[in-house]
Design a protein around this ligand. Sequence first.
Ligand SMILES: *[C@@H]1O[C@H](CO)[C@@H](O)[C@H](O)[C@H]1NC(C)=O
Ligand SMILES: *[C@@H]1O[C@H](CO)[C@@H](O)[C@H](O)[C@H]1NC(C)=O
Ligand SMILES: *[C@@H]1O[C@H](CO)[C@@H](O)[C@H](O)[C@H]1NC(C)=O
Length: 977
Amino acid sequence: MDSVARKGMQTGLPALMAPRVVKGKSSIGRSLLGFLLLLATSSTLYLSSRLFSFQDRGVVVPLDAESLLAKCRSLHVKPGPHVDFHSRARSDRYQPGTKAVYIRNATIWSGNSNGKEVLHGDVFLDDGLIKATGDVPNELLANIGDVVVVDAQGAWLTPGIVDLHSHLGGSTPALRGSDDDNSYNGPITPWLRRLDGLNTHDLGYESSISGGVTTSLVLPGSLNAIGGQGLVMKLRPTKERSPTSMLLEPYLGFNGTDHSPEAARHWGHMKHACGENPKYYRDTRMDSVWLTRKAYDTARSIKVAQDDYCEKALSGDWSSLRSRQFPDSLQWQPLIDVLRGKIKVQTHCYEATDIDNFVRLSNEFQFEVAAFHHAHEAWLIPDVLRRAYGKKPPALAIFSTFARYKREAYLHSEFAPRVLADEGFDVVMKSDHSAIPSRNLLAEAAMAHYWGLPENIALASVISTPARILGLDHRIGFIREGYDADVVLWDSHPLSLGATPTQVIIDGILQISHPHTVVKPASHQQAPSAPNWDRETAQALEYNGLPPLEPRHRDQSVIFTNVSHFWSPTAESVIDLLAESAGANSQPSGIVIVQGGRVVCFGRNSSCDVYHSLPDAETISLQGGAIQPALVAYGTGLGLTEIAYEASTSDGYITDPLDSQPPLFGPGGYIAKAVDGLQFGTRDALLAYRAGVTVSVTSPSHQSWLSGLSTAFSLGAPHKLDRGAVVSDVVAVHVSLSHGDSEPSVSTKIGALRRLLTQEVKGDVGEWFQKVANGSLPLIINVGSADIIATLVSLKKEVETKTGTPFTLTIAGATEAHLVADELAEARIGVIVTPTRSYPYTWDERRTLPGPPMSADSLIGYLVKRGITVGVGPRGIGALGHPGVPEMANSRARNLRFDIGEAMLDSGVLSKEAALALATVNLEKLLGLDYHGQQHDLVATANGGLLGYEGKVLAVISPRRELVDVFSTDDVVAPVK
Ligand SMILES: *[C@@H]1O[C@H](CO)[C@@H](O)[C@H](O)[C@H]1NC(C)=O
Ligand SMILES: *[C@@H]1O[C@H](CO)[C@@H](O)[C@H](O)[C@H]1NC(C)=O
Ligand SMILES: *[C@@H]1O[C@H](CO)[C@@H](O)[C@H](O)[C@H]1NC(C)=O
């Protein structure tokens, strides 16, 4: 035995070897039983001989030959469902005790026929599977005991949403203890598995499910050039409460069964990253690509050795293998499996350079790229994409409008999804949850549709297409018999604004125990008819992604005809000036006449006849559209930062007066004014302007407690000295308060505020706070935690008691404000909610009021009902621990119109006028924004209003700047189908 063991060790072969003398290659035993018999009969020989009994014309077969052969055969198993997969009677994910579900009378988007099939009828779910669609046979129902019957009343039913790029199971709320997304141990880590760091306590699961997401690909972060293996999971809670039990078709080895033939059929997913992010390791692009090539070269060498070994083993040539071991490599096998086509490549890659590099790499090492993720420049380089190795070009997993936060994302276009689809590529809209909380992933598809992606492709882009890219379209992504019972019932057409699930079913299990619903307008039961963007799309391509965004200025007369609504802001609210004369639908269309940027006449039909003879008047038909107040952006870095990740494009950071030792200009220091750092004409500013946001209130960096003095400026102005460019030099004093962001403590900062508001403090800081205390300037405090808000309510009372003067305090962020709503109302403290749909990004914001379907009230609706003045703004999400980065919200300002439209629908109580007020008069009141007697800017939209996916912004009317800025006047209406 000793010699056996020693020999085994020496050769690196498994110690337990049985010598067996055979005559030729063909007589190799095929069954384990045969080997055992052989072992029994030859035991004497075994015990008395050397390990390798190599005799003339004989071959020695290792005892574990059978498992080696199985391993060799498994190398060539291609992932994919077993032949009898579709005759399965029960899902492997079936949870015992789950009742059958019978959904009656649904409008079913099945995913079939390239996303064009819509069925009317029933769906029957049992055993975790879809058992029947359309007409459910009676026999199927007859034998079932307990059935949950859902009357859909004609509502839309779709397969569950599939998110191809998520970081769920990460850190929501952001806590250091569950930050396991990226490895910091080196740029090449294909051996890591995201599964090993999955957080089952992430608050995002429930939130994502409430948006209809049922399956997600969870990927490692992107700091590593090869970051490791992702996992596909269903989001529902399981009885077992483990990450393993959430997996969907886990890749080989994920659950401890390495060579089960079934496990070998399941796809793996390898995260790669190009470009900027791997620079974390001080690698240039050249270094990253080399390191990746080196890694693939290592994998390729082992693969060649494996193939060589297996070729000999499978042909029975054991004699040449007698001193060789199967070239196993626990570390490199995942990359070898990429080369074997068993692991799909999911690559974070933004720019032409990076995509081109990666396409070269795919050809050099001959692996397919399943998808380029982010891929902000992909739309500009279709030929490069087509050159990628393999039969099918990569899919593109992209955002709709979230862009320009880094240089790599600068050339993104809202038309990218449509251009890529026109070129025949698979388009997937993705969340990068929680960059965009995946609860809102469907809205990404809806916005892509608004910007020109056809309806069938837009729906498929978050359902069937990602299911196919994951290699899971044999069971998810479609409503078909035998597929997983993952379906979502919607309160409106899924591409309509604010579409919300009324129920989400995963593996046949109802996920929302008491869904709250709001009634949507009847028109929302059809897909919105998106405007025509053909001209803009062609221009975006013509200008290589940087089409001119400046409008055409008109200081002469403009006559807007065929106007349905003229919503005008007053000091307190927004009213429809055409409504009074309208009455019936048959009323003639309205007219609004503008001279030098001022409305001089409006009315119906002939009311403004006298103006029709105006010389040089330009007539713009709004085709039933509207004129409404232009929106105000709050909470972004517009005007101070062009590209969030590029310091050289930014005003920079603010020193914390509590930290500065000693203060440069003596006690009291100084305070930064945003107006002194303003930059005009940034792309996000112009894009927001083109979307009806004409003014931004921006404060210096939010990242220190005292961020400084905000300014209000025009997003359309070319520079600061232009007429009307600066609306108000100083708007308010801004402070941020959150737990643990940095030293000093919250209590220290509250103490400092108390001192500044109640005592005379010398210096710049003190002087500005005295203006707050005497009521002449508002104090805006960015805060999420109800506990800190409560402290601020007391502080306000305390200060006012002491000074005898009321002052204006506004809470911004305000995620937990509902918990102290009555107290806020009583203290007359208004609230700016950012973002409009709450998400528990940080510990301070963990107690959200999410809105339907999880709660009856949305945060905004709840606060409004309590009489609180509510404004809104977007929210910039940065890296972990820095959730409120205003610069990251710059590209989101353009979606403000959709945010307030969605907030209106989520609330169930807001009128259109009240919704418009959220981003106009309410916000102005809360910020103390004074137009100094000037009228508001107005926005003219064709085909619909600002609050929906139909209206197209044609022009901005600016009395302050004494002009009309015209963006577009032709090809307005031509619904995308
Ligand atoms: C299905 O629902 C629609 C809308 O509520 C209703 O008009 C129709 O009668 C229903 N059909 C059946 C078969 O129940
Ligand atoms: C692992 O997954 C395979 C394939 O899905 C399955 O057959 C096996 O039972 C699983 N094993 C464990 C321990 O969960
Ligand atoms: C107004 O616009 C609507 C919608 O495009 C159109 O149907 C209607 O004919 C237009 N009316 C006039 C008077 O141009």
